[in-house]
Design a protein around this ligand. Sequence first.
Ligand code: 5AD
Ligand code: SF4
Length: 447
Amino acid sequence: MTTSTPRTFHVKSFGCQMNVYDGERMAELLTAEGMTAADERETADLVVLNTCHIREKATEKVYSDIGRIVKDARREGGSAPLIAVAGCVAQAEGEEIMTRAPSVRVVVGPQAYHRLPAMVAEAAAGGRSAETDMPAEAKFAALPKRRKVGASAFLTVQEGCDKFCTYCVVPYTRGAELSRPFADLVDEAEALVEGGAREITLLGQNVNAWSGEDARGRPVGLAGLAEALGQIEGLTRIRYTTSHPMDMDDALIEAHALNPKLMPFLHLPVQSGSDRVLKAMNRSHTAEGYLRILERVRAVRPDIALSGDFIVGFPGETEAEFAETLQMVEAARYAQAFSFKFSARPGTPAATMDDHIAPEVMDERLQRLLAALQRHSLAFNKTSVGKRCTVLVERMGRHAGQWLGKSPWLQSVHFTGDVALGDLVEVDLIEAGPNSLSGRLVARAAA
Ligand code: 5AD
Ligand code: SF4
């Protein structure tokens, strides 16, 4: 049993970008307590597993990770690190983790992680605690000010979901929709830019449902927030994810024409192309309704890169209904997309629906869907060849002098040249694959 206060920590985040954001904020909290981040989990006194509950596979990973941490420590003859489980599995299965994994000393849900340092201190003193309350306030106000960040930073503006799609655990793990106040977001964005961010991605489970009041007390939506953030000097790019089709309002669509800092990229999941399945999913839009939204977006921003999410093998999905999903892919023309096999999540309505689809049928449908999506990604990327665009340098590549950055359309672009992380550079796009492009550096762009 750990009895001394941990000096080093390692946060491992699974799942969505909001978990990445939460993981960074947890790291900032622990750093503010005087602890140091360890690059490797093997050398850390405290390991925080920031978990994802969205699909069964993601959840299982937590238990196998816990087992591996304990086993590694035993093999090396040392004492096991203090293990904390955070995130959505902690929220949904807190009690079960406490009984199933005695080596876990702290369980903290996504709305309570501002309490992590206090809980770690308790655990270090020999205790064990779980905190999965979902108070709608407190957390953000209790977090330290943002400091050093990368060129591209995340900013959670909205959490939770009231949509209750029948397959999804998010409304249960993250709670009701909640928008963070406008002024807090402007402050945090300014701190991020001061800390080195050139690009900010606004995050929310339903980010386009964000609403608030601007500095003059006028009601604003996400478009208004993006406009205000666009005034921050040094911030050059704004993105947002994930959006719900029903919250795609006129102002946000217009913003893609009017706000020069809003990047031409839209992640707008549709999940299925079949109206029967969409209804059973409680998606509250039809395939046609979704396509009409895309038409409106493309009317103001013809080059927009579209992204989406799909679920194959929803209970009762017939071959003909799946074929409608493939038709949706052809009609919508995705630049990139994520697709998943349906996973029955305990407590969701879909888990107890009739006619679950056999795993091998799901596998086969997933392969066909992936092939169609891959074809579209390649086609989209090929349309970029020959264009000159601005790339934000985000990482070093594998080879000496090679760099990796993002185009305005969120394509990964690699190139060589004399640049630095966080630079905005002009690149000629010369070759396209389904997942990335290669380019030739032209010049550093004016900031
Ligand atoms: N099974 C499979 N995929 C799911 N998603 C959410 N819940 C499930 C589930 N039970 C997918 C949806 C969502 C993305 C984040 O994860 O496509 O948009
Ligand atoms: Fe889940 Fe649907 Fe809410 Fe997205 S909109 S988080 S899929 S319930």
